[in-house]
Design a protein around this ligand. Sequence first.
Ligand code: PRX
Length: 654
Amino acid sequence: MTEARLEAWLAETRSFAPSSEFTAQANVGPEIYAEADADPVTYWRRQADRLTWTKEPTVTLEWDLPFATWFSDGELNASYNCVDRHVEAGRGDKVAYHWVADAEGETRTITYADLQKMVAQAAHALTELGVKAGDRVAIYMPMIPEAVVTMLACARLGAAHSVVFAGFSAEALSSRILDSDCQVVVTADGAFRRGAASPLKPAVDDALKSCPNVRAVLVVRRTGGDVDWVEGRDHWWHELVERQSTTHECQSFPAEQTLLIMYTSGTTAKPKGIYHTTGGYLTQCATTHWQIFDVKPDTDVCWTAADIGWITGHSYIVYGPLVNGVTQVLYEGLPDSGGRDRWWKIIEQFKVSILYTAPTTIRTLMKWGHEHPEGHDLSSLRLLGTVGEPINPEAWMWYREHVGGNRCPIVDTWWQTETGAILASPLPGITATKPGAAMHAIPGVSIDVVDNEGHAVGNGEGGYLVVTQPWPSMTRGIYGDPERFKDVYWKRFPGVYFAGDGAKKDDDGDLWLLGRVDDVMNISGHRLSTTEVEHALVGYPLVAEAAVVGASDATTGQAIVAFVTLKLSADEAQRDQAGVISDLRDHVAKVISPIAKPRQIILTPELPKTRSGKIMRRLLRDVAENRPLGDVTTLTDPSVVNSIADLMSQGVEE
Ligand code: PRX
């Protein structure tokens, strides 16, 4: 459908009601909302019964705004809940993961019984490396089973894992290791992407030059490439882990034991160590996975096509699905490793029934053409999900028609690293969905859209998304920085959680997410702050000043556009602009990650500033998106903007 026809059609049809067949078999019915509304705290206490507790909690919520604890006197072990209890219940032969390598034809089947043994061995190995409850372990790994095993082994020991996306640079890794004082790092020699091996361990070696507290590095041999070795510090996984006992008695920990730290970009140059604890986080991951994905553990095959380096992988590849005891696909490669129909082959081969991914991937798959999904039997699919950024109606409709065969409900799930689990989404057997809308808060969660003064907006109006009541999987804070936690999330609208997202309520009161309202960009569903990229750019010796904005992009949602002034004179800079731009892009990749490389860098003699010296990003965003320029009266020199706009139109960019 063309965009215009789609709009006309949407104006008329507006929503897709769930089919009666889906509703008839759904895990939850509409009464769930009333049940949760009547008493959200008691509702969540009932949800906590999804877990096996060694000591049942008697208190549910303690709320000392903005600090909450949930189920605080309860005790449990996260890895027991994810693995052992399924084996003890006689489901050891059930497949936990169909691991699918980057290379076609290479797969591994891991049952819950296998997983139990692997986690036991890894837990013993980490213990041998001195890891104990309360410690932090950094994980910097490709999408291989050992990554999940390491996370579960940490959880088993009561140590917090801090998974750092393997696409991050050595510098980004070292700052994260230092911030939470990780003393052990688990990694691999390298990773495969589209058939090519790329090294990973050198980045760890580099990072550790500035991390004197790291005493051990555990290395999985994945690619077989040569690696430098630091005797006494470095250990091969196949030597240390595989000689350990395959049974491991686990101990229980308080519900508020820190389970994980995940660094995410905020509005400053320094990423925030968002941490989550055990009982509340697991409760909400399992509940949302059950209700929103409508999982049937006996028959479903779930595939969350995300990386474990992000929160989506933590909550919906590891903790939610494992607590629920389902079978999953764990895929190492890229959507086009081995060809543009690789995804559809995987779905066909493993009879995937629930697929969860990001709009940016859907748009890419859409660009490659519907002949790819149509060439495969996708009849096993029964539910589709999206996450990470607003989804445009055209991509939503393509997903529905060409992937879901017009029969699968789509759940557009809104949440964040900080929220730990989904907070807004349709429920598939209940909600009539609208293409591009997250619709409403899930049962037991209170969301609103407020204006500048914090007053709830009416239907048909837009504003800021806030969460008005605590929820079990909310972050317990920023690691080591409680003040920053208060300032970032709880100050803008006192008493409620400010998510940093714009949203609107449509005429029916349904919720649409509109993107970030702060200096956070969303590039292909990856969160990056403008300041973080600016900081990297000004770290380059030639750069005097830099301003970065997120400009809309048809495939990646947003793309990074950087405006840079150099220390050189204009004449000198003119000589080798292309070279400077290319060096700058490489520099950003080195300091942060290739995902942070600006799409465009515009070298400009000056940046537009207000009289008080603030860079006018709004104007730069207008320039980057070719919009007519608004009010420039507060600018010190309005002609600067025009000259930047001229530079862009001359194509001085990369
Ligand atoms: O802007 C929102 C966007 O992603 C941000 C959170 O990013 P991160 O912490 O990396 O977590 C991503 C995966 C949970 C949010 O502030 N976002 C997430 N889901 C949606 C979304 N924007 C619109 N619609 C969504 N469904």
